[in-house]
Design a protein around this ligand. Structure first.
Ligand code: C2E
Ligand code: MG
Ligand code: MG
Length: 582
């Protein structure tokens, strides 16, 4: 089938479109790869359905154009010259190239260009490409994000990453200077809280417009998060140029904003870092700009600071991390994963333990061990803990309704939360807001938390108990268990630490320890949950010892909502429990 059949109206306006042999025609039409055929002047003659699927452009939209409208601006002229040279000398070019889809998104493709000869003369080019986004994604989680911020239309952090990485390579070769300005509005949260989100949104849009007006055409403005912006100064001549831009921004942005008939003054803190002096890589440049921005913020007025190495002293690192955690909370970077709790008698899911994760924009998924201690130290665990409780109860309530089962949700309490005066009223507040039955919530504390001040622990646990909330002692066996106190603690469940479960099959002492814990717990009328069950043998052994519940990778890792729901619908171990092939 030639193009005449595909689009007869086009056929009249373009020079002879290439027809193909029938078998090639079938490949052309059914290939999942994009195929583009141009004449020797690179005017597009034909594209296949694969092209349309990947780029978003239909054949009609592209015929007669040259492929340059697909360019992403990520490659410089030298890059395209290299392609030309290679076509002439090697008769082919193959490599990764970033192009732009119709929806504006830039994406990576693996492209092969072949010049085709006819009667010893080149007369067309064929380009064959695969969309390698998924491949790149699997290598870096960071690439998962869209490129633009929907509120301000500015490119986002992901874009900054790409752009800055690209510019850094260029600057290295050209021995140029790059500047990164990190800007943060002061007291934006207060504005949002008092004047409302709509007002806050309009303010951000106004700020975005002003920032763009303060920069040159070549400099890009990015929105990185809530009230955080960045400006990339490409190819500046002197470090002072960055200061000049910062000053211009400060003076422009300190003019009052008129929003919804209200006049508002906003102060801005700016941190500046420069390539190559303050860092050679994206991460370091941004981190140092952030350190400088925080120093500016400490002053509380509109000002800018250049990065200085002294800003990365330990105290300052702490401040940066704290700021990031606070931001993570504001920007909803935390998520809760759910690990099923299994009833060993019938292997049914009776609920889940809620386990927090931090989806860091640059670092990917950060496990709790890496940030809970800091959140504890800074006190941020209080709002974070409340968020986890609220999120997990809300989600479990949905599942209870959907599957009509009284599922349990188990939530970890940290030491600081446990000592918090407001704990009881906070838990009450959440249960009330979510209409969650207190009997289906379980709060986990570790032995060491409980033993810090046993008398106070008893008081708090009694209060929780009187609200009808069951309590579990987590990681049992790792602290300095005092059985006499354990007896006095009004608890319901003991969770055997996974280190004991792990050791079980090796035939070491730990089988004896596990046996003893289970027997002791039962004599105190306590339920036992074994953590970290990774094999069928462990599960079977624990079942023989009448351990009531288990959780562990043998059944499932902690997973996100959709996967957990899948388990609720159809847990694979219920039907083929003897099959250890998972
Ligand atoms: P935890 O409460 O003892 O949670 C169980 C940990 O064991 C989880 O690690 C879970 O992923 C891991 N685990 C479960 N089954 C297995 C297994 O079969 N094999 C192995 N190797 N590991 C298993 P995770 O999610 O990294 O959490 C670590 C700790 O962080 C938790 O220990 C808990 O103390 C704390 N944590 C997690 N979420 C929160 C939270 O929302 N608030 C507070 N305060 N602490 C939390
Ligand atoms: Mg736990
Ligand atoms: Mg545990």
């Amino acid at each position: 089938m030639s193009i005449d059949h595909d689009s007869p109206e086009r056929a009249v306006s373009f020079s002879a479109p290439p027809g193909l042999q029938p078998e090639n025609e079938a490949i052309f039409n059914n290939s999942s790869e994009g195929i583009i055929i141009t004449d020797i002047n690179r005017v597009i003659l034909r594209v296949n359905p694969g092209f349309a699927r990947i780029t978003g452009y239909s054949q009609d939209e592209v015929i007669g154009k040259t492929p340059s409208f697909l360019k992403s601006q990520r490659h410089d002229n030298a890059f395209f010259q290299r392609i030309d040279t290679s076509l002439q000398t090697d008769g082919k070019w193959e490599g990764e190239i970033w192009n732009r889809r119709k929806n504006g998104m830039i994406y990576p493709q693996w492209l092969t260009i072949l010049p085709i000869k006819k009667e010893d003369k080149f007369d067309r080019y064929v380009g064959i490409f695969t969309d390698i986004t998924a491949y790149i994604n699997s290598n870096t989680t960071i690439r998962n994000h869209a490129y633009y911020d929907s509120l301000t239309g500015l490119p986002n952090r992901m874009f900054l990453y790409d752009r800055l990485t690209f510019m850094l390579n260029l600057a290295r070769r050209r021995k140029g200077i790059l500047g990164v300005l990190l800007l943060d509005l002061n007291r934006f949260k207060l504005i949002n809280d008092t004047l409302g989100y709509t007002f806050g949104d309009q303010l951000l849009q106004n700020v975005a417009t002003r920032l763009k007006s303060c920069t040159r055409e070549v400099d890009s403005v990015f929105r990185l998060g809530d009230d955080e912006f960045a400006i990339l100064l490409e190819d500046i001549l002197h470090p002072q140029d960055a200061a000049r831009v910062a000053k211009r921004i400060l003076s422009n942005c300190s003019q009052p904003y008129l929003i919804a008939d209200k006049e508002l003054f906003v102060t801005i803190s700016i941190g500046v870092s420069l390539f190559p002096g303050d860092g050679e890589q994206f991460e370091l440049l941004l981190k140092n700009a952030e350190a400088a921005m925080l120093r500016a913020k400490e002053l509380g007025i509109s000002n800018y600071q250049h990065y200085k190495p002294s800003m990365n002293t330990q105290a300052f690192e702490q401040l940066t991390l704290e700021y990031n955690l606070q931001k993570a909370l504001n920007e909803k970077q935390f998520i809760v994963f759910y690990q099923p709790l299994i009833n060993l008698k019938n292997r049914e899911i009776i609920g889940a333990e809620a386990l927090i994760r931090w989806q860091h924009p640059d670092l990917g998924m950060v496990p709790p061990a890496q940030f809970i201690p800091l959140a504890e130290e800074t006190g941020l665990i209080i709002p974070i803990g409340e968020w986890v409780l609220d999120t997990a109860c809300r989600q479990m309530r949905l599942w209870q309704k959907k599957f009509k089962k009284p599922y349990v949700i188990s939530v970890n309490l940290s030491a600081r939360q446990f000592q918090q005066k407001d704990l009881i009223s906070m838990v009450n507040r959440v249960l009330h807001a979510v209409s969650f039955d207190p009997g289906n919530l379980k709060l986990e504390i570790t032995e060491s938390i409980g033993m810090k001040n046993p008398e106070q622990t008893i008081l708090i646990l009694n209060e929780l108990k009187s609200m009808g909330i069951p309590i579990a002692i987590d990681d049992f066996g790792t602290g300095y268990s005092s059985l006499s106190y354990l007896k006095r603690f009004p608890i319901d469940t003991i969770k055997i630490d996974r280190s004991f479960v792990m050791e079980m099959q090796t035939g070491s002492n730990d089988t004896a320890i596990v046996d003893a814990i289970i027997a002791m717990a039962h004599s105190l009328n306590l339920n036992v949950i074994a953590e970290g069950v990774e094999t069928l043998e462990q599960a079977e052994y624990l079942a023989r010892k009448e351990c009531e519940q288990v959780q562990g990778f043998y059944f499932s890792k902690p997973v996100f909502i959709d996967d957990f729901e899948q388990l609720l619908k159809n847990a694979p171990w219920i039907n083929n429990g003897k099959d250890d092939s998972r």
